[in-house]
Design a protein around this ligand. Structure first.
Ligand code: ARG
Ligand code: ASP
Length: 722
């Protein structure tokens, strides 16, 4: 009887476990048929796995791109029109912006294809196919091979695989490890390089709520921008040319006007960057208790300084908005992440799991041999990693990542000085100078010396306060001693002396750079500091960090294997690794805290409620107010209001921005762009109660294009389902 009950109980846990965790996970498109499609259909999905991913017929994957490396985009017309987030196209919009043509502030709409703006350096990548190549990657592997030998073999196998996968195709290929290296998949890709900006709403729509609302629900951001992919006449990738023509995709997403209701099936298909769901408790402890707190402190300071400067002058706002957004984004996420980990008790839960695992390991000699050492070894490695990680990350915050910017900029000239010292030939030097001047041009375009001085004083002071003296670079200590730690007292003198804080002086210095300049360079206060800090890290921090991370990598693989063997009835999804993945679940509200329940969607009404011309982030454009007042909504409504954003429980992360959000019929209903703060720890631990992805309702994008921008002609090329 007892046994029978046990069997039933075991069966139930096995049957129920995957179902309970069903909405969590970022799944491999190639394996949907095997692992996911049944469940997806139970949840309401009406199409097949082949409609999502196939190499034999046109399918959704043919309309999805990795956009510029960090985001996702999707094709929404037979003429290569593509939608992604405003924050993903931000860099491009900014590059085309000046005080005369301030597209960030006013928006940009090409009224014909001739007016679309090219973006040198931007590319988008389509996936052609995926293949499990684990066997070929492991070919020649013998038990007992040492780590280096294994790595060498794996690398050489991989380069063979990618070569033979692409010969004569014009495609590129990568092989990526999954489950910490237990399995390997090949991705064959096609990249397009002529990508033009078609449209972007003003920031007061595309970035509405700004940093104030970032990572938060309820949200009202019209976070989208439009681009068009161009190809050669053969529909193949080509460098920018006026003769290129709009790319004809094998598939483009039809757009649904039907909208979403709570409980509806949704899926997100895109390029999540990285997650760490299977790490030990020590890792969570490091992130939550060591790394995040220190990083939060220094970024808080930097953001404060930039914000104050941006409020003083429109030019500074243009110059610093992208920089600030860049550092504020992770900053705010870390705060939410630490809180989420605390709330979920993730460390305790992981410890509990580790205890159970240990019992299971110790119960069997063979397992003991295979896995017995993992957790003790983790403990030892993380003890070192905690410290080295902080030193490296914090130093970076000071000397790079928009800390003391003139100091980090100074390092760029090192290569030129080396050329001169080594008597390199004239041509080489000339080319190097041209490149440096170009680097300088784009650096100074977004540089304000008064702001940089404030940043300098702040971060230099913090470097001395937050890192133990043994982790401070010698040149820094000298400087600190020279001013008795009062950086404010020397800041003017330093900025007068350096050539790296003024464009004209920098240009003159580079243009005339010769042997005599090298001596002068060595006396530059910022150059000496920048080089010394870098050398200091290279000698004292980086090697140890590399060693620990190498050891961790091996251990992670063993730990993953142990977890998979321990819970052999469970279907594991691999951590995100910037490859195409599918997440699915349902549209769903959540309890933010006791008594506070958030519903699943927001509307234009909420934008009007937030309107406040005195607050930059909430300054609603007049035109939008007029449209609201006159109720000129067109067909873009639900219950009489224009929907703006909605949430669902799809498991997403950074990189998923711009991903298509797709309904049960395979139609586009939204564009993913963020997550709700309460559940943002999902990169480390997904919280079914609160992890929510935030999407722009596609009808809001259409409303803005049509009614606000008067670019309704673009809608004609889309496939819109009423
Ligand atoms: N938090 C979102 C993501 O990680 C959106 C960032 C852009 N928006 C912003 N207000 N900074 O990318
Ligand atoms: N906003 C993120 C992105 O840009 C998405 C996220 O982290 O949820 O990819």
């Amino acid at each position: 009887m007892k046994n029978k009950l046990l069997t039933i109980w075991l069966l139930l846990t096995i049957l129920l476990a995957p179902a309970l965790r069903a909405d969590e996970g970022m799944w491999i498109p190639l394996l949907i048929e095997k692992y996911n499609i049944k469940l997806m259909q139970e949840k309401g999905f009406k199409l097949t796995a082949e409609d999502i991913y196939s190499v034999n017929k046109a399918c959704m994957k043919d309309a999805i791109v990795q956009f510029g490396g960090g985001c996702t985009g999707e094709v929404i017309s037979p003429d290569g029109l593509m939608i992604t987030n405003h924050h993903c196209g931000y860099g491009q919009i900014q590059k085309h912006s000046s005080l005369e043509h301030d597209y960030l502030t006013n928006g940009f709409w090409a009224m014909s294809q001739e007016e679309e703006l090219p973006n040198p350096g931007l590319s988008v990548t389509f996936l052609k196919r995926i293949e499990d190549v684990t066997e070929s990657v492991m070919k020649g592997m013998i038990d007992g091979m040492d780590g280096n030998e294994r790595d060498k073999l794996v690398n050489s196998n991989i380069s063979g695989i990618t070569k033979s996968a692409t010969v004569g195709t014009g495609y590129s290929a990568v092989v990526r490890p999954f489950y910490m290296g237990k399995q390997y998949f090949l991705f064959v890709n096609e990249s397009f390089r002529d990508i033009r900006l078609v449209g972007a709403p003003p920031s007061s729509i595309g970035k509405f709520g700004g940093e104030t609302d970032n990572w938060l629900w309820p949200r009202h951001t019209g976070d989208f921008s439009l681009f068009r992919i161009y190809a050669g006449k053969d529909n193949k990738p080509a460098e920018f040319s006026k003769d290129n023509v709009p790319y004809k995709p094998a598939f483009h997403f039809p757009i649904s006007l039907k909208g979403v209701n709570e409980g509806d099936f949704t899926m997100v298909f895109g390029y999540p960057g990285s997650t760490s769901e299977y790490v030990p408790s020590y890792h969570i402890d490091m992130v939550k208790n060591f790394l995040n707190p220190k990083m939060i402190v220094i970024r808080t300071k930097k953001i404060e300084i930039m914000e104050a400067a941006m409020n003083t002058e429109p030019l500074i706002r243009i110059q610093y908005s992208a920089k600030k957004a860049g550092i504020a984004n992770s900053w705010k996420k870390w705060i939410g992440e630490s809180q989420g980990l605390e709330k979920m008790g993730t460390i305790e839960k992981k410890k509990e799991f580790e205890n159970k695992l240990t019992v299971w390991i110790t119960a069997d000699n063979a397992r003991m041999l295979k896995y017995g050492n993992i957790l003790p070894k983790y403990k030892e490695l993380y003890a070192g990693l905690d410290e080295y990680n902080i030193v490296s990350s914090f130093t970076n915050e000071v000397f790079s990542n928009n800390g003391a910017e003139a100091v980090s900029f100074a390092r760029n000239i090192k290569a030129l000085a080396e050329l001169i010292k080594n008597n390199a030939d004239e041509d080489k030097i000339k080319v190097m100078k041209i490149n440096l001047l170009e680097t300088g041009r784009s650096f100074f375009q977004n540089y304000n010396i008064a702001t940089d001085k404030k940043l300098f004083v702040a971060v230099m002071t913090m470097y001395g306060e937050y890192l133990d003296i043994k982790w401070q670079a010698p040149e820094y200590i000298k400087l600190k001693n020279s001013c008795k730690g009062n950086f404010l007292s020397i800041v003017e003198k330093l900025y007068k002396k350096t050539v790296f804080a003024d464009e004209a002086r920098f240009n003159a210095f580079v243009t005339g750079f010769n042997e005599a300049s090298v001596a002068k360079l060595n006396k530059d206060p910022f150059y000496g500091l920048a080089v010394n800090v870098n050398d200091f890290l290279t000698e004292n921090v980086r090697p140890e960090l590399v060693r620990i991370n190498d050891d961790l990598q091996k251990l992670n693989k063993e730990y993953m294997a142990a977890q998979m063997e321990f819970e052999s009835g469970k279907i594991f999804y691999p951590d995100a690794n910037s490859t195409l993945r599918l997440s699915y679940g349902t549209v769903k509200g959540y309890f933010s805290k006791d008594a506070v329940y958030y519903t699943h969607y927001t509307t234009l009404k909420g934008i009007m409620e937030k309107d406040n011309p005195d607050i930059y982030d909430y300054d609603v454009p007049d035109k939008l107010k007029e449209l609201y007042k006159s109720k000129d909504f067109g067909p873009y409504t639900q219950n009489g209001e224009v929907p703006v954003c909605f949430i669902a429980n799809n498991h997403t992360t950074g990189g998923n921005s711009g991903s298509p959000v797709i309904n049960a019929d395979g139609q586009l209903i939204g564009v993913n762009f963020d997550r709700a703060w309460e559940g943002v720890a999902s990169d480390l631990a997904y919280n079914p109660e609160q992890s929510r992805n935030i999407s722009l309702d596609i009808r809001y994008a259409l409303f803005i294009i049509d009614k606000f921008a008067g670019a309704g002609y673009l809608l004609k090329e889309m496939t819109i389902i009423e």
